[in-house]
Design a protein around this ligand. Structure first.
Ligand code: ZN
Length: 243
């Protein structure tokens, strides 16, 4: 089984379409989405429709919940808040119903844990940036692999058989029996690791391998749509620098 794992599309249709085209050439059997379909970008409706059609499993992100009033946005920065309110105004009732129906965490039939922010208190949207933060989170799921998003920065954390936690430095990893993994698949629609290309993951359960892939997309077009929609200009600018 080969599975693509995507996160943090954030209403960026150009990025999502480019990633789906890339996936088409890679013999993928399943698609999992780990949250934030909407927020920031100019095409929330089209992104919901595409993902609702194609994803085998979809979990909720903080922006998905915020857009339907299910999470507090008082801690959102001003640009994110403005984008949430704009997104809310764009969604029809079936879109909202779809977002409301998404679970915070799901375990797939292949025994893979999927969550947007962290296995520990998924409703509180914690970030996992460091090895220490990852180490805590390994205590909160029993599966071998947990795929996450939320930080928009791809990362692979390993807990070895001695329960020691480390960060992997390559974008590809061979999974070892007895080890556990927290894998952040990066962001399709708003990467923040100084690489503007879309990021997503592929898990191959036969070869026991995970790879993080980068895909170019039409950034200029996505930027123009954000500006035309009257969303904060910063949200357009950041796409080009990947931050
Ligand atoms: Zn996000």
């Amino acid at each position: 089984m080969r599975c693509a794992i995507l996160a943090d599309v954030h209403g960026n249709l150009e990025a999502l379409e480019a990633v789906l085209a890339d996936i088409d050439n890679r013999r993928i059997d399943k698609l999992f989405f780990v949250g934030d379909i909407v927020g920031y970008g100019a095409d929330p409706q089209s992104c919901i429709e595409l993902l609702a059609n194609i994803a085998n499993i979809c979990v909720a992100g903080n922006h998905d919940r915020a857009a339907v009033g299910l999470t507090d946005i008082s801690y959102f920065n001003p640009a994110a808040k403005q984008a949430v309110l704009w997104t809310k105004s764009q969604l029809n009732e079936p879109h909202k119903e779809y977002l409301r129906g998404l679970n915070l965490t799901v375990v797939s039939i292949d025994n893979i844990r999927l969550v947007h922010g962290s296995p520990y208190e998924p409703q509180n949207w914690h970030y996992i940036f460091s090895e220490n933060e990852a180490a805590l989170n390994f205590n909160y799921f029993n599966e071998q692999i947990c795929f996450i998003g939320h930080s928009h920065r791809p990362a692979i954390f390993i807990q070895n058989t001695d329960k020691k936690c480390s960060k992997h430095t390559d974008n590809r990893i061979k999974l070892q029996a007895g080890c556990k993994y927290i894998i952040n698949v990066g962001s399709v629609g708003q990467p923040r690791d100084n690489n503007p290309k879309s990021c997503y993951g592929i898990y191959d359960d036969l070869n026991k391998e995970v790879e993080l892939i980068r895909t170019a997309y039409d950034i200029n077009k996505a930027q123009q749509k954000i500006i035309d929609a009257g969303l904060p200009e910063f949200l357009a600018r950041r796409l080009k620098i990947g931050y």
